[in-house]
Ligand binder design. Sequence first.
Ligand code: NI
Length: 178
Amino acid sequence: MMCMTIRPILIHPDPRLKKVCPPVKDITGELHRLSQDMLETMYDAPGIGLAAPQVGVLKRLIVLDAQRDKDAPRAPIVMFNPEVIAKSDNLNTYEEGCLSIPEQFSEVTRPAEVTVRWIDTRGEECQQDFDGLWATCVQHEIDHLNGVLFIDYLKPLKRQLITRKMIKLKRERAREKA
Ligand code: NI
């Protein structure tokens, strides 16, 4: 069994969460381990998706599992260099949250269905259609690779309010550690 490590998740605002991440060229053992650590970190949080920049690694890598039924087996997906290659005209609105913006939730409207192409951990090209929560989740995670957070879709005042709360939260956490 592979030994997995829960990695610390960066909290907004952080310059690393605003960067456009470069594509992955080779899926090295190190990147494979990182993807397994990210899954473990996501399940532990708990969350339904996590992007590499959220653990401070500026690479195009995301993990997700939007399986909502707690009794169903886990359905983890690891995507290197994911790309939305088609999206529906019809839209869907979900209340989104983010592990880098704890305890803040807001409605975001996105295409209801997307087709995503990516490279899996074996280096194989994959393509799949996603809808429902999976579609929202994969778009949210791909946004992270382009330095975009769900609060960037909100009105500036709302965004500033959430950012101020996060600055306060980070200050409190830093104090607790000191
Ligand atoms: Ni997020």
